[in-house]
Design a binder for this molecule. Sequence first.
Ligand code: HEC
Length: 78
Amino acid sequence: MVRQDCGSCHGMRLTGGLGPALTAEALTAKPPEYLQAVILHGIPGTPMPPWSAMLTAPEAQWIAQQLFQGFPLEKLEK
Ligand code: HEC
Protein backbone atom coordinates (compact mmCIF):
# COMPACT_ATOMS: atom_id res chain seq x y z
CA MET A 1 0.00 0.00 0.00
CA VAL A 2 2.78 2.45 0.92
CA ARG A 3 4.70 1.62 -2.21
CA GLN A 4 1.65 2.00 -4.43
CA ASP A 5 0.17 5.12 -2.90
CA CYS A 6 3.25 6.90 -1.64
CA GLY A 7 5.39 5.60 -4.51
CA SER A 8 3.28 7.39 -7.10
CA CYS A 9 4.81 10.65 -5.89
CA HIS A 10 7.87 9.59 -3.89
CA GLY A 11 9.14 7.04 -6.40
CA MET A 12 8.58 3.28 -6.40
CA ARG A 13 11.68 2.78 -4.29
CA LEU A 14 10.80 5.89 -2.26
CA THR A 15 13.96 7.57 -3.49
CA GLY A 16 12.08 10.64 -4.65
CA GLY A 17 9.94 11.80 -7.54
CA LEU A 18 7.40 14.60 -7.33
CA GLY A 19 7.93 14.41 -3.55
CA PRO A 20 11.28 14.18 -1.74
CA ALA A 21 13.08 10.92 -0.99
CA LEU A 22 11.66 8.92 1.91
CA THR A 23 14.73 6.79 2.46
CA ALA A 24 16.13 6.30 5.95
CA GLU A 25 19.19 8.38 5.02
CA ALA A 26 17.03 11.30 3.93
CA LEU A 27 14.91 11.15 7.07
CA THR A 28 17.39 10.53 9.88
CA ALA A 29 17.39 14.21 10.83
CA LYS A 30 13.61 14.29 11.19
CA PRO A 31 11.75 13.15 14.31
CA PRO A 32 9.26 10.25 13.92
CA GLU A 33 6.55 12.49 15.39
CA TYR A 34 7.06 14.91 12.50
CA LEU A 35 6.76 12.10 9.95
CA GLN A 36 3.59 10.81 11.57
CA ALA A 37 2.08 14.31 11.51
CA VAL A 38 3.03 14.80 7.85
CA ILE A 39 1.48 11.45 6.90
CA LEU A 40 -1.75 12.15 8.78
CA HIS A 41 -2.24 15.80 7.88
CA GLY A 42 -0.22 16.33 4.71
CA ILE A 43 1.72 19.52 4.07
CA PRO A 44 -0.60 22.45 3.30
CA GLY A 45 0.22 24.25 0.07
CA THR A 46 2.08 21.28 -1.43
CA PRO A 47 0.90 18.16 -3.31
CA MET A 48 1.54 16.03 -0.18
CA PRO A 49 -2.00 14.91 0.71
CA PRO A 50 -3.38 14.20 4.19
CA TRP A 51 -4.05 10.50 4.82
CA SER A 52 -6.14 10.77 7.96
CA ALA A 53 -9.23 9.62 6.04
CA MET A 54 -7.49 6.38 5.08
CA LEU A 55 -5.05 5.78 7.93
CA THR A 56 -5.39 5.78 11.70
CA ALA A 57 -2.82 7.49 13.91
CA PRO A 58 -1.21 4.15 14.90
CA GLU A 59 -0.95 3.18 11.22
CA ALA A 60 0.71 6.50 10.37
CA GLN A 61 3.08 6.01 13.28
CA TRP A 62 3.90 2.52 12.01
CA ILE A 63 4.67 3.86 8.52
CA ALA A 64 6.83 6.60 10.04
CA GLN A 65 8.78 4.00 12.00
CA GLN A 66 9.22 1.78 8.94
CA LEU A 67 10.48 4.71 6.88
CA PHE A 68 12.80 5.71 9.68
CA GLN A 69 14.36 2.26 9.89
CA GLY A 70 14.71 1.95 6.15
CA PHE A 71 11.65 0.67 4.41
CA PRO A 72 11.78 -3.14 4.03
CA LEU A 73 11.00 -3.21 0.32
CA GLU A 74 12.18 -6.79 -0.17
CA LYS A 75 9.84 -8.12 2.51
CA LEU A 76 6.86 -6.55 0.78
CA GLU A 77 7.61 -8.38 -2.43
CA LYS A 78 7.27 -11.80 -0.79
C1 HEC B 1 0.20 13.42 -4.59
C2 HEC B 1 1.60 13.12 -4.40
C3 HEC B 1 2.04 12.55 -3.07
C4 HEC B 1 1.62 11.37 -2.49
C5 HEC B 1 0.60 10.37 -3.02
C6 HEC B 1 2.37 11.23 -1.25
N1 HEC B 1 3.21 12.31 -1.09
FE1 HEC B 1 4.46 12.64 0.52
N2 HEC B 1 5.02 14.43 -0.29
C7 HEC B 1 4.64 14.90 -1.53
C8 HEC B 1 5.31 16.17 -1.78
C9 HEC B 1 5.18 17.01 -3.05
C10 HEC B 1 6.09 16.43 -0.61
C11 HEC B 1 6.98 17.63 -0.38
C12 HEC B 1 6.17 18.79 0.11
C13 HEC B 1 7.05 19.99 0.33
O1 HEC B 1 7.28 20.71 -0.64
O2 HEC B 1 7.50 20.17 1.46
C14 HEC B 1 5.88 15.32 0.29
C15 HEC B 1 6.49 15.21 1.55
C16 HEC B 1 6.43 14.09 2.37
C17 HEC B 1 7.13 13.92 3.61
C18 HEC B 1 8.06 14.92 4.27
C19 HEC B 1 9.47 14.63 3.81
C20 HEC B 1 10.47 15.59 4.35
O3 HEC B 1 11.65 15.32 4.10
O4 HEC B 1 10.10 16.57 5.00
C21 HEC B 1 6.81 12.69 4.11
C22 HEC B 1 7.32 12.03 5.39
C23 HEC B 1 5.91 12.08 3.16
N3 HEC B 1 5.69 12.96 2.11
C24 HEC B 1 5.37 10.83 3.31
C25 HEC B 1 4.42 10.26 2.46
C26 HEC B 1 3.80 8.98 2.67
C27 HEC B 1 4.13 8.03 3.82
C28 HEC B 1 2.91 8.79 1.67
C29 HEC B 1 1.95 7.61 1.48
C30 HEC B 1 1.01 7.36 2.58
C31 HEC B 1 2.99 9.96 0.79
N4 HEC B 1 3.91 10.83 1.31
C32 HEC B 1 2.24 10.16 -0.37
C33 HEC B 1 3.76 14.30 -2.42
C34 HEC B 1 3.05 13.11 -2.18
